[in-house]
Design a protein around this ligand. Sequence first.
Ligand code: ACO
Length: 427
Amino acid sequence: MAETAKIEFNGHSFGLPVLSGSVGPDVLDIRDLHAECGIFTYDPGFTSTAACRSKITYIDGDEGVLLHAGYPIDQLAEQSSFMEVAYLLLNGELPGAAALDKFSSTITRHTMLHEQLIQFYRGFRRDAHPMAIMCGVVGALSAFYHDSTDISDGYQRMVASHRLIAKMPTIAAMAYKYSLGQPFMYPDNSLSYVGNFLRMTFGVPPEPYVVDPIVERAMDRIFILHADHEQNASTSTVRLASSSGANPFACIAAGIACLWGPAHGGANEAALNMLRQIGKPERIPEYIARAKDKDDPFRLMGFGHRVYKNYDPRAKVMQATAAEVLDKLGVDDPVFDVARELEQIALKDEYFIEKKLYPNVDFYSGVILSAIGFPTTMFTALFALARTTGWVAQWNEMISDPEQKIGRPRQLYTGPAQRDYVPVEQR
Ligand code: ACO
């Protein structure tokens, strides 16, 4: 018989069913709590609330474990490819060679953008942040691809998913090109997903672009590390937006908006800016002291995580990749030394130990992206590009889940109780 938890309230006792997943903590099913007891639960920031069932990604924050459909992130980052991981997130299983080939070629054939979207880009200021452009352009896809906005149609959902994954590199690269005032580069279907993105970003029409296999492999790995992270803020935003039945392009634009914040995806940009500001290892203690000072809003960017109370497994792979890329590209960036030294000092500091603050995925990613040649403003756009696969997978899962309803949290009201209106001349 299923376990139940007892709750005593107002002299009554109620049973709450306990639900078990395949791994991880059980959850209390409180769906009938208000109907039974007349109370709600209070959980700002959803620190203790599971909002859905999901088969896509599992995290054990205490142990520093991240699995996609059961596969550890370090194995995927080292042995797999981003296309394979995208397939895995969407389908729940790794593809065979033929399925992977078909999936990759489907994605490749959706990389072009509607030509009229070029006019849309021209409406932005040249100094617009790429994330501002991404929010706008991805939302605008709903106005261009009407034949994949009916979420009740499985085929249209699949086409929208493929379009989003395929067009994101083109959109991000065009945002970059626009900021430079350089011509947009059309996709080249002979290249890999990542190779194509690199060419659209760093190539120019008058000369051939040769993809550097070291950079291609590093970017592919970075995309894998960012592909999904279960119910994080931006994914929950995508789910909440789509719970009303909104079209996928609008929902992913909402996810991009959420990701932009410095407490979430914007931290990679903030982390590298911070490392550059620190500049040399001798200044680290000053910044550590500021991070610990309660009266100073400064935080060590790229440190700490809502779920990981251990080393973020993605940060481990990222650190190794940073060392490899800098070495192979022959880049001697003092910022990497600052990062490594800062990590060592923080990991031995009582404040960080006690609060279980470890480097997260954003701590080292900026060092690699900067060595490859991306400006800091592009960092979060790259995160959005990769996370689109996770958003799309979670969105599909949610639409297919018969238990999902429109997301509608309740509140603990603390404003005035009912009172009578007083005409202005009597106030
Ligand atoms: N530097 C210094 N102190 C920190 C840091 C940090 N980076 N992170 C958390 N703390 C402290 C807080 O001041 C707080 O101290 P207190 O208990 O004395 O008040 C305690 O640790 C807990 O912090 P919360 O903000 O309550 O933890 P929460 O789980 O809500 O926040 C978050 C997690 C937002 C990621 C936080 O650690 C942070 O701001 N980190 C820096 C930004 C960052 O790197 N974000 C990227 C996250 S990963 C991602 O989105 C891909």
